[in-house]
Design a protein around this ligand. Structure first.
Ligand code: CIR
Length: 269
């Protein structure tokens, strides 16, 4: 999940892989999951890697009626203890939300909860946080009405929001960019214009990766100078090393088959 700073990552919510995962939506990176047992093994390794970094991980039970339910990132936007519950941009994913919302409301006692309504649509995967600066992807899942609701929350919290138009070949902003630390963005060359992120705060930088490593640009920075990276993206791995981060490399081929990346499978709260 890309809306919390590194120092706010202590508890993560995830959700098990349903038997129905083979029917997950897959129109971008993947052509559909093929091996549910492998997906489960990869999901367990993902949760274990977070636990090994000191994160308390909760796994909600799968929802067989919602093949995409493992991608919890899309179902809530958590910013400094505030929770925005979006109306997900794909109709088949709307009813994944209630158990996630209930869990967060229970565990984040006192959190301010806002619910999107009307025509507003947003997937949490369209939001990226770089320290105190936020980016939102205007995509096939996130519309202007949704962006306006996020903007209202961020203005209330005194944070700036910048809008990035997501190219047709990509699902979400986090499908093509991540912040392995609070002052680094990695993104693939050629997907976005070089000035897409605008002028960054001093000390922050965008590193452009080869377009063939687009999928690898989704990473999860963790406390203790660690970063989870997908297996198979050497330039990304090298960059993490250069930044002084210890990479934990995970095979997530079955997440990719369902168009999901590392960040999609967790919500830090
Ligand atoms: C979908 O199309 O909604 C899922 N198959 C993949 C969602 C991936 N989530 C994300 O990028 N945040």
């Amino acid at each position: 999940m890309a809306t919390v700073r590194l120092d706010q990552k202590s508890r993560a919510l995830t959700r098990s892989v349903p038997d129905s995962y083979h029917s997950a939506l897959a129109n971008y990176f993947g052509s559909g999951p093929t091996d549910i047992e492998l997906a489960r093994a990869q999901h367990s390794a993902y949760c274990e890697a977070m636990k090994a970094s000191g994160i308390e991980v909760t796994v909600l039970s799968a929802d067989e009626n919602h093949p995409d339910c493992i991608f919890v990132e899309d179902q809530a936007v958590i910013i400094d203890g505030h929770v925005l519950l979006p109306v997900p941009g794909h109709p088949s994913r709307v009813n994944e939300q209630p158990p996630i919302a209930d869990y967060l409301i229970e565990k984040m006692g006192g959190a301010q909860i806002c619910r999107m309504s009307g025509d507003a649509r947003m997937d949490g995967g369209d939001i990226l946080r770089l320290g105190d600066l936020f980016f939102v992807g205007r995509s096939s899942r996130t519309n202007d009405e949704g962006i306006k609701e996020l903007e209202d929350l961020l203005h209330h919290l005194n944070y700036e929001l910048r809008i990035i138009d997501i190219p047709e070949g990509a699902l979400h902003l986090t499908s093509i960019a991540s912040t392995p630390t609070d002052n680094v963005i990695i993104a693939p060359e050629g997907m976005l214009s070089k000035d897409a992120f605008g002028e960054l705060p001093e000390g922050s930088e965008v590193y452009w990766m080869p377009i063939e490593e687009t999928y690898g640009c989704n990473t999860i920075g963790l406390p203790g100078n660690k970063v989870l990276v997908a297996e198979g993206y050497p330039t990304v791995l090298e960059k993490m090393q250069e930044l002084g981060l210890e990479s934990v490399v995970l095979d997530v081929s079955q997440f990719r088959a369902g168009d999901g990346s590392l960040t999609c499978c967790s919500l830090f709260y």
